[in-house]
Ligand binder design. Sequence first.
Ligand code: 5RP
Length: 229
Amino acid sequence: MNEDPAAGLKRDVGEAAARLVEDGMVVGLGTGSTANFLIDALGRRWAEGLRFTGIPTSIRSEERARKLGIALSDFGRHPEIDLTIDGADEIEEGTLNLVKGLGGALLREKIVAANSRRMVVIADDSKLVRHLGSKAPVPVEVTPFGWEATSHRLGAIGARVQPRRDPKGDFFVTDGGNLILDCVFGPMEDAPQRERAIRDIVGVVECGLFIGRAEIALLAGPNGVHTVG
Ligand code: 5RP
């Protein structure tokens, strides 16, 4: 078993973020190992009597929250979310623009973020970067039909493209039935323009660059959890 060396920091920040949730809120529940600690902490608060409504960003998070007894809803009943708390793969210093989607949930995550009054991003402080693309590829969700052509177009705007595969070697399929192309651009000084260029390509469903979505970041480091933004 490979232990995640950042698990303790992820737990700290997940638990700190759970304290932001208040009675009666509609809360977007993120996806990933950091968000799992958030959901578990919210489950404990639920058991102590806190009452809120969760909108999960993936089937995995939905199942986790449901097991803890957290009340869940959807956009039909709750078109506006008070607060979304989610992880990230990279957080850009200064702008709080993000790369998300290494966990494969970027489409639902972006829909939830786009319909939230506030988004708080949670991470260990190794995720903070000067420029997005420094460490992580940009995940791009595409339709299975024509993915090769979409991949070629992404290559034409500067990406080195790798179709994501699952552990068995098959194409990774998202909750929405789409594929993910992991696109290496290298460090980007122009992430907002890059996001637009990616989304302009026919066949792209959504892109893992989150521009102007996060209001604050809670970051965990050896000296505790601190707020940025
Ligand atoms: C999933 C995501 C996650 O938030 C991101 O991958 C961070 O994950 P982790 O907390 O496991 O490092 O975007 O689509």
